[in-house]
Design a protein around this ligand. Structure first.
Ligand SMILES: Cc1cc2nc3c(=O)[nH]c(=O)nc-3n(C[C@H](O)[C@H](O)[C@H](O)COP(=O)(O)O)c2cc1C
Length: 318
């Protein structure tokens, strides 16, 4: 349970992002500027505890370089949260996080993730099952939003009554998706609730942070323990750094880093364990800020495999 004991205040967290924050990208980020804590992509426990398990295991790969890493789980059946939480410590994870915030329609219509905001009975069962599975050896946390259709501080009070080790709050409702700016005053109000309801629960704020300095200011203003950054990493792989080296990186170094990313992807997944297409999400990160970047991005989008993408980038390197 001592994961949080040695973290700085505020601590910085790499957000869970599906098809983005896999072991490969977490290693790349760790080499650039390591966050204090990272999350996996969300992993479906009902799939994991089914014959389809093998397809999901790549999402739970982890290497020493990225640690500490918290595994994020989602699903519907408490017994599968129990079984999965029980496995995580021996896989090298530092904590179990429960996704109660994803607003994607296909997920919510089945009653999972953000839908749990409106189903506190199941949310309770899931938290209890995960805690039982973690058996005191791993901290249990929740990542959520500030409400479903409207702001719902009662939901945050409910979660705080569960005495979680950490609560990460994305300052938008599920209905708002990503369409309006995150409301950090609401996240700040959760700190006040925490102080009275569950003083030991760490509060992490999330939403629209685009630099470390901005995160530090928000943490100070609202008394937060931690700051979680998601999409900001696409703008700057060194976002967790005290300095801003990325701005000074030109074409050669940026492409070299993309090549390193794809090489590690191939080494890790052997070309078939995970699909290549999600790697296109990184195109605008690495192939950016130099002459001819837009044309090279267009070419990259046509590549059909990691090997093809590598050939293109290596041919371009100078
Ligand atoms: C591509 C993508 C995938 C995401 N996948 C997850 C996920 O698996 N679990 C989760 O809790 N949130 C997920 N999110 C939400 C982020 O963790 C984060 O809450 C959101 O992007 C707001 O933070 P930001 O403004 O710093 O990006 C995802 C976001 C993006 C853009």
């Amino acid at each position: 349970m001592n994961l949080f004991e040695n973290l700085p205040k505020p601590f910085f967290v790499l957000a869970p992002m599906d098809d983005v924050t896999d072991t490969v990208f977490r290693q790349i980020v760790a080499d650039c500027a390591k966050p204090d804590l990272s999350f996996t992509e969300f992993v479906n426990v009902d799939g994991l505890q089914s014959p389809g398990r093998a397809h999901l295991l790549p999402k739970l790969r982890i290497s020493d370089k990225e640690k500490p890493v918290i595994a994020q789980l989602w699903g519907l059946k408490p017994e599968n949260f129990y079984k999965t939480a029980k496995e995580l410590a021996s896989m090298g994870f530092a904590g179990v996080d429960l996704n109660m915030g994803c607003p994607v329609k296909t997920v919510v219509k089945n009653g999972a993730c953000a839908a749990l905001i409106n189903n506190r009975e199941l949310a309770t069962e899931i938290i209890e099952a995960a805690r039982e599975g973690a058996g005191g050896s791993l901290p249990v946390s929740v990542k959520t939003r500030v409400g479903f259709t409207t702001v719902d501080m009662g939901w945050l009070e409910f979660l705080l009554s569960k005495k979680l080790n950490m609560l990460s709050i994305h300052g938008r409702t599920a209905k708002q998706m990503s369409k309006v700016p995150a409301d950090w005053d609401l996240i700040g109000r959760a700190v006040g609730l925490r102080d009275s309801l569950s003083p030991a629960t760490l509060i992490v704020g999330n939403g629209d942070v685009l630099s470390r300095i901005q995160g530090e200011e928000l943490a100070k203003k609202h008394g937060l323990d931690g700051i979680m950054i998601g999409r900001g990493i696409f703008h700057d792989p060194f976002i967790f750094s005290q300095s801003r080296p990325w701005e000074g990186w030109g074409e050669t170094k940026r492409l070299q880093l993309f090549i390193k990313h794809i090489e590690l992807f191939l080494k890790t997944y052997g070309g078939s364990e995970r699909k290549f297409e999600p790697l296109r999400k990184f195109c605008k990160t690495y192939i950016n800020g130099f002459e001819g970047a837009a044309e090279l991005r267009a070419e990259f989008m046509l590549a059909k495999s990691a090997a093809e993408a590598l050939e293109l980038l290596r041919g371009r390197r100078r």
